[in-house]
Design a protein around this ligand. Structure first.
Ligand code: WTA
Length: 637
């Protein structure tokens, strides 16, 4: 069998889980022995959550790319590593075997070196969903440079902040990106971002759309010209840098409850083992199957389940450049039919959006190749779960509801497809190595079943974050200080009578809009940048398609005669500062915000009003000016 650590029965799951808790070091040592290491570890695990300090496979040396590519080039060079489906179905698709992908990665790694990249450098990647994005990511890892991928929907300001925070010296981008019927001028956005980024010396530009761009002398080079300029005899030879298991592999920025996104840091050894282990077990991947994860590589889901998990398992990973609804809402199902996809992994928001088009886009599509369906990113409502089950899986495919976070590196709580039991809207059981606990506000563990609390994890797993880039104290404060000796997830959770976990959503000021994490404070900061705005408060509210929508209460000093005009201006400001994904769905102008005497905004009240729960607002007597609540209620959108 290809994966000796693949769990294939419920009994085997129970046994693995027990072993992973009773003797975690032995358990992970066994799993890790199936990877390629340059040097074995001295110690499997060293940790404390108080600093925090977490070290897995301490002293071991490896290169993750030898595990993702070289070892498969030896055993299955012609197996398909990557299938790429373009935005426009009329354009030809691309298929890269392990041998071809390896060659492309080595070539581009040499281009990076030629442009001054060294081990430990931070490299920002801002690209469309094309094979070159995967190649760029893998090439960084091969030479030991730390990639920081920024999702193509973020604004120049957001990119600039991220580049600045990580002090990147190289940017990899493309002239433009296709998304549905739109073309996004990526290079021009990068040029704006770089106006104030002195750390960046070089920009490598891939030509995707052919739109005009300005190339800056001594800074910008074309990807294809650089490849062509390599010495033909040695272009595809590139030594894989030897890394410590705990060397940084990548940084990925994510939103929290403060205004500034954090650079979550993952390291080489543990992340590799974790993404591989979870990929193989949750999806029950079988050799030769086609795995289609619909996420963008700009998010953690793409990092772990398009790139590292599947490739480290020698799998076939399908990446899709476009959007689910263009040219029509049947696009995903067309792709499934075209490539005989075995596993599809998508977000509840995509399912709900496709549901709204009814059955027509699915009808006539041959989906019989599908074996496993997955969801991730937000709680899935039962209606969407059943639609997925009935219409896509034909009630024959297990659905895995996978709960995890950017910080966790890979899936922590999920059923294992066809091996453990699925339950609509429940992530169900923890993976081996994951020890969840529910705690009350005081941090006391809530034992037993049929209970709810804040979800924490009490023991390290190999894929967890190690720090937040450049600010370890922030990592400690955010995740390890709320409850002593526990990693706090920020999610609320209930455990039912048989011990299955159901994630109920964030308990902090983080919104989950279409599966994207957005901090309310971030959106408020952006709104407040608009000259007419004095103050704002942002909350989430239930949204049929997006899961959560963004509701902004705004105090303005100078409203435009036409209110909608002012609203558009504010939305534009948010798009400029963060990106279009953070634009408020609703903006209500108010004359004041409900505040306590100490000046704290009572978000609970604002949330209730946004949700339409007007009758039971709780105690408002502690408010400085209770009358604003009446006004806000009366003008609710
Ligand atoms: C939410 C995405 C319910 C959760 C991989 C978490 C989920 C946040 C699920 C992390 C799920 C993710 N059920 N909620 N199956 N998966 N979430 O960092 O609130 O983008 O804290 O990672 O998404 O979002 P992130």
């Amino acid at each position: 069998m290809m994966y000796p650590y693949q769990i294939t029965s419920f009994e085997a799951y129970q046994e693995a889980y027990k072993k992973s808790v009773e003797n975690p070091e032995l358990f992970w040592e066994e799993v890790a022995s199936h990877f390629v290491w340059k040097q074995k570890w001295d110690k499997v695990l060293d940790w404390n959550f108080s600093e925090p300090s977490i070290e897995w496979f301490k002293g071991a040396k490896l290169n993750i790319i030898e595990n993702c590519l070289d070892r498969w080039v030896e055993t299955q060079p012609n197996a398909t590593a990557l299938i790429w489906e373009p935005n426009d179905p009329k354009e030809p698709h691309r298929i890269l075997s392990y041998k071809e992908l390896h060659e492309e990665v080595c070539k581009f790694a040499n281009v990076l070196k030629k442009n001054g990249a060294k081990k430990g450098d931070r490299i920002c990647i801002y690209m469309p969903m094309i094979p070159e994005l995967t190649i760029a990511v893998l090439a960084c890892a091969r030479i030991g440079a730390i990639h920081s991928v920024v999702f193509g929907g973020f604004s120049a300001q957001s990119i600039s902040d991220r580049i600045h925070d990580a002090q990147c010296n190289i940017v990899i981008t493309a002239d433009g990106a296709y998304r549905g019927n739109k073309t996004i001028p990526l290079k021009s956005i990068i040029d704006d971002a770089l106006i104030n980024c002195p750390s960046v010396d070089n920009v490598i530009v891939h030509s995707r759309t052919g739109i005009p761009v300005s190339m800056i002398k001594d800074r910008d080079v074309w990807w294809h010209e650089e490849i062509n300029s390599l010495d033909k005899n040695t272009a595809s030879i590139c030594h894989a840098e030897i890394m410590d298991a705990e060397d940084m592999l990548f940084i990925l920025y994510t939103s929290g409850s403060t205004g500034k996104p954090k650079g979550v840091v993952h390291t080489c050894g543990g992340y590799m083992v974790w993404t591989n282990y979870t990929f193989v077990n949750v999806f029950q991947y079988q050799q030769g199957q086609v795995h289609f994860c619909t996420a963008d590589i700009g998010w953690i889901t793409g990092h772990s389940y398009i790139v590292y998990g599947p490739l480290s398992a020698g799998a076939t990973s399908l990446m899709f450049e476009g959007i689910p609804t263009w040219p029509d809402a049947g696009r995903f199902w067309e792709i499934v039919e075209k490539y005989k996809v075995d596993i599809i992994y998508t977000a509840p928001t995509a399912i709900r959006s496709l549901m709204s088009f009814g059955k027509a886009p699915v009808e006539g599509k041959d989906l019989t190749s599908l074996k496993v369906l997955g969801t991730v990113g937000e709680p899935i409502n039962e209606e969407a779960w059943h639609w997925y089950d009935d219409n896509i899986g034909d009630n024959k495919c297990p659905i895995v509801d996978t709960w995890w976070q950017t910080e966790t590196g890979g899936i922590l709580i999920s059923n294992l497809a066809g091996v453990t039991t699925a339950k609509p809207s429940f992530a169900t059981l923890p993976l081996p190595g994951v020890q969840p606990v529910l705690v009350d506000e005081q941090g006391k563990e809530i034992n037993g079943n049929e209970v709810s609390g804040n979800l924490c994890i009490k023991f390290p797993w190999p894929g967890m974050l190690r720090t937040t880039y450049g600010d370890h104290e922030r990592c400690r404060l955010t995740y390890f200080s709320t409850y002593k000796n526990l990693y706090f997830t920020g999610d609320g959770c209930m455990r039912d009578k048989v011990g299955d976990y159901r994630i109920t959503g964030r308990v902090d000021d983080v919104l989950n809009v279409s599966g994207h994490r957005i901090g309310t404070a971030e959106v408020e900061n952006a709104i407040n940048m608009h000259t007419g705005v004095i103050e704002s408060a942002v909350v989430g509210y239930p949204h049929d398609i997006k899961g959560q929508g963004i509701y902004a209460y705004v105090i303005c000093n100078a409203l435009h005669e036409d209110e909608t005009h002012t609203k558009q201006d504010i939305s534009q400001t948010v798009a400029r500062i963060i990106g279009a994904i953070a634009k408020p769905d609703k903006i209500q102008f108010v004359s004041g915000l409900p505040k306590t005497r100490s000046g704290k905004i009572m978000r609970r009240i604002l949330r209730k009003i946004a949700e339409g729960e007007l009758s039971n607002l709780g105690d408002t007597t502690t408010l400085l000016d209770p009358s604003v609540v009446e006004e806000i209620k009366n003008n609710r959108l």
